[in-house]
Structures are given as C-alpha cells and as structure tokens.
Design a protein around this ligand. Sequence first.
Ligand SMILES: NC(=O)c1ccc[n+]([C@@H]2O[C@H](COP(=O)([O-])OP(=O)(O)OC[C@H]3O[C@@H](n4cnc5c(N)ncnc54)[C@H](O)[C@@H]3O)[C@@H](O)[C@H]2O)c1
Ligand SMILES: Nc1ncnc2c1ncn2[C@@H]1O[C@H](COP(=O)(O)OP(=O)(O)OP(=O)(O)O)[C@@H](O)[C@H]1O
Length: 519
Amino acid sequence: MAIALSGNNICEMLQSWWTQTCIYKARGMIRLMLPCLVCWEEQNRRVSEGTGFNLLGNCNRGFVQHSAFEEIVRMFLGGSGTEGTTLMDCITGKSPGECNGDIDAQQAESLTNQPMLRNETNEQSEYCSRNGLCSHEILHDGETGSQAKAVPNRIMRKASFKLSWWCKGDNSDQHKHDIVSFERGNITAAGRSSKQISLKWESKPQTVLIMTKPNSTSVRILCAEMVRWLNDHKKLNIYVEPRVMGELLSESSYFNFLHTWKDEKEIMSLHTKVDLVVTLGGDGTVLWAASMFKGPVPPIVPFSLGSLGFMTPFYSENYRDCLDSVLRGPISITLRHRLQCHVIRDAAKNEYEMEEPVLVLNEVTIDRGISSFLTNLECYCDNSFVTCVQGDGLILSTTSGSTAYSLAAGGSMVHPQVPGILFTPICPHSLSFRPLILPEHVTIRVQVPFNSRSPAWVSFDGKDRKQLTAGDALVCSMAPWPVPTACQIDSTNDFLRSIHDGLHWNLRKTQSFDGPRDL
Ligand SMILES: NC(=O)c1ccc[n+]([C@@H]2O[C@H](COP(=O)([O-])OP(=O)(O)OC[C@H]3O[C@@H](n4cnc5c(N)ncnc54)[C@H](O)[C@@H]3O)[C@@H](O)[C@H]2O)c1
Ligand SMILES: Nc1ncnc2c1ncn2[C@@H]1O[C@H](COP(=O)(O)OP(=O)(O)OP(=O)(O)O)[C@@H](O)[C@H]1O
C-alpha cells in the first residue's frame, strides 16, 4: 500500500521520492509506486497542463543534481523525453517503443495485461482528483507467488482503505480546493493540516502483524491471549517477530498457524501483506515497528504497556473492544511524518555511493559522542547557510519527536499533524541560539567541517550510531512515507492527553478565590 496525497501534494511527494530515493538504488520500488505515478501523472497534467517534464524545472532542489533527476526521467520516458510523451503513456504501453531502463517495452506490455492495476489506477486517479486524500491498493491477487504458499489456510490479500478529511458536521467541499487560490487577485488558503484524517476500510482487513517489547512477562502473556482471540474470533492471518514465534511455540503447538519472516528480504515485502500493525509496549516499540518499514507503513494500533506512552493511546485491558472497532472502522488516524536521512561520506566519489537512507519517526541526532570537545557543525537549509552549531550537538526532529529528545533540549512541543522539521541545538555554547522550526519541504545538510577538532556521531531515533568524520555530511528531508497511527479519540485529543498525563504539562494548583481582587 502506498499513501498518496492529491494535487500539489502528490507532486511534492513524488518529487521528493524521486529525487531523494530513486537515484539511490531504489529502482525495485518503481513498480510499487506505479499506481501513484499514474495518479500523479494524471494530476500533474491537470494541474500544469503539461507533461511529466514540467517536474524537471522544479526538482533542482536540495543536494540532488538536476542531471541525476533528468536521467531517471529518461529511464522512464526514453532517451529524448519527447514533448507529449507522458508517464501514463509509458506505463500503459501506449508508446512502448519509448520505454527503456527499468521499464522496457515487454514490461510495459505485461503491466497493461494487469487489468486490476489499470482499472484500480484509473479509479484512483479519478478519486484522487475528486477528493483530498486517498490510499492505493497495489497488490494483485496472484502477486504473492511463493509467499502465498506459506499461508495454506487463508487467502492473503491486502485490504484497501480510503483516507479522507474528517470534517465535523461540515459537508462543504472546502477540502477539494487548492491549498492556496488566487481568484480575482484575492489570496485564500484552505486550512488542511488542521483537519482530522479518517481511515475507512474498503475491504475487510485480513492480516495483522503484532510487535512486542522484549523481556516483558505482561507483554508476553497479553500477546499470547491476543493472538488466540484474533485467530479464533476474527479469523485473521497473524504475523509475529521470529523471537515471539519461538516464545509462543515453546508455550504450545497451538500457535503453529503463526507467520513470521526469515530475512531482510521478507521484511522488505511485509508492507505488501500486512493490513494492520499492533504494538504492545511503549513508544520505543512504536519506533521499532516503524523502523521495520523502509517504505510505506500499514496503519499502526499502539497499545500502552510502557511507562510514558506518548504515541500509545490504547489501553491493553480493552484490547478486544479496541481491535473490534479498529477492524470495523472508520478510525481517526495521525499521519506521523518521518525524516529521511542520508549519510554522505566525503570519501565517496559521487552521490550514487551514498549509504542507504534511514527513516526516523522521532529524530536524528548529531552529537559529540564520547569526545570531550565541542561539536562544530555547519548547517545548511536548501543550500542557504543556517548556522554553525558549537555545543553538544543538534537534533533534527519530526513534530512527533518534538515531545521526546528535542523537548529535553528546549525545543517546542508541536502537534504531530503540523508539517515541519524542528532544528534544536543541544547545549549550544551561545546565549542566543534559540531552536527553530523549519517547513516540511526543505532539505537540511549538516556537515562536519574540515577544521573540526573531533568527529561527530549521528544516531537515528536513539539507535544505530555512526561516526561522521571531517567532510562527512548528513542530508535530511521529509520522507514520502508517513507512519499512520490509530487514534483513541482524534489527533488533537490524543496529543493533549499525552502532554497532560505523560508530562504533567503546566500542572499548577489553581489560585483560590479567597484573596485580593480587582472586582
Ligand atoms: N534526554 C532525553 O530526553 C533523551 C535522550 C536520549 C533519547 N531520548 C529519546 O528516546 C527515544 C528513543 O526511545 P526508546 O523508547 O527507544 O528509548 P528509551 O527506552 O531510552 O526511552 C526514552 C523515553 O523517551 C520517550 N519517548 C520516545 N519517543 C517519544 C515521543 N515521541 N514523545 C514523547 N516521549 C517519547 C519514551 O517513552 C521513553 O520514556 C529517542 O528517539 C529520543 O527521542 C531522549
Ligand atoms: N520488537 C522489538 N524488538 C527489539 N527491540 C524492541 C522491540 N520493541 C521495543 N524494543 C526496544 O525496547 C526498548 C524499550 O521499549 P519501549 O520503549 O516500548 O518500552 P518501555 O521503555 O518500557 O516504555 P516507555 O518508553 O514508555 O518507558 C526500546 O529501546 C525499543 O527500541
């Protein structure tokens, strides 16, 4: 499943995806993105009355070379990229002769022979142009191949769903408007980010993945109970981690029906099988679950079995009612943005040698590690110099992560649905270094200068530390794949409840009436 926004958003999402990811060995993903591409192409044509080439003008952004992007477009559209050739033509095989690279004529033909993809895609394109937000089912019945064999009893087929703005008592068509309109010289803006997103299943969810915090007896007991209930009463296919599979099988052979994975390759294809992810643990388990999905993420239902639980609004005692209502839908969800981070080694000869990107849900931190020297980090935003961080380090946080490490370093708390990147210094040795919040579309580059006294260390959601030596850089931008988490009530209610209950935000005894007053 890939979630795609309509109108300008889908263009941006794909621009970002193409520029940030495609050139880095992600060709295999192209097929996954086809429905989106077709949808985007349709939209883009309508929006700009042009061809896919219109994108080229807009994509010379951040640190990706124009020529590299052009090369990818050529891969799709054929050597010359003739005016009038569109992605749609290329993908549906209308001009198969013009396709080379990843999609050759034969592949294009085989794509045209997949009626489900084409029909759905057309419908989706239409849907996307009519509505604010939509999701795409991109699996084909016959696609699972050998994976399908691993599921003898039940047919694994991904459930489709739609996302729409949840307008309380408001049936107006406001969400269909452009973000900014310029009618008769008057500028008006639609407040889209303030609306609640609702997920409605279009077909019944059939496969659930349960992820659990390790080394916890209460979690292990609850997991076994939940698995039995989901199997006996909901007849769902259930995936668990290999560790959990081992634990449950050592308890009873009843759990033989469970599915798991063997290697990284199978993990990479999980999102094509799983309709829903359930987490049993604290925020760390949600971060862990999100990190398993390097691309699109299925909706996550986080149950609270930790101590703080900012992102875990569901109570485990009521798990049957909660899961019942989630499986029925519709549910409110928070689309939590992630940051896509690339480490660029100075030693690398060109951008193709970049390391695999890492996606973070909370933050990426660049700090001094064990060094006792100040870090010295040069920061750029879309090629403009921002500042030089001299202190313990810098946190680049999502708005979901604003209540985690960034908060501890003095950053603002930001509603998770606000699109933005927090730029929060850690113990800066300066009286005037206030934290910043930058817009979602920027690309940030943090570089260890050659005159730095020590290396820096980068870590992702508090894990996987890597050293950055002089000349190395971290490039960071918003990832195209957000993490959809189910809400107990809605995004705003859940967020406020978390900061009240979890952090005791602004807790103060109310002043008594008894005393001097103006009236
Ligand atoms: N000084 C600090 O506050 C500090 C230092 C290191 C890491 N962290 C945070 O810990 C996160 C990793 O979490 P973990 O559970 O794997 O490690 P962990 O077990 O060390 O837990 C860290 C704490 O941060 C809380 N937390 C995590 N994400 C949160 C969020 N989005 N909002 C509010 N609180 C949140 C957790 O509930 C937990 O109490 C990192 O991403 C980082 O944000 C914070
Ligand atoms: N399925 C998992 N596999 C491996 N490690 C995990 C898994 N789930 C969670 N972890 C790790 O275990 C640690 C603790 O998890 P989690 O934060 O969920 O529990 P907690 O610390 O008890 O809760 P809280 O964060 O609310 O205090 C985290 O560092 C997390 O990365």
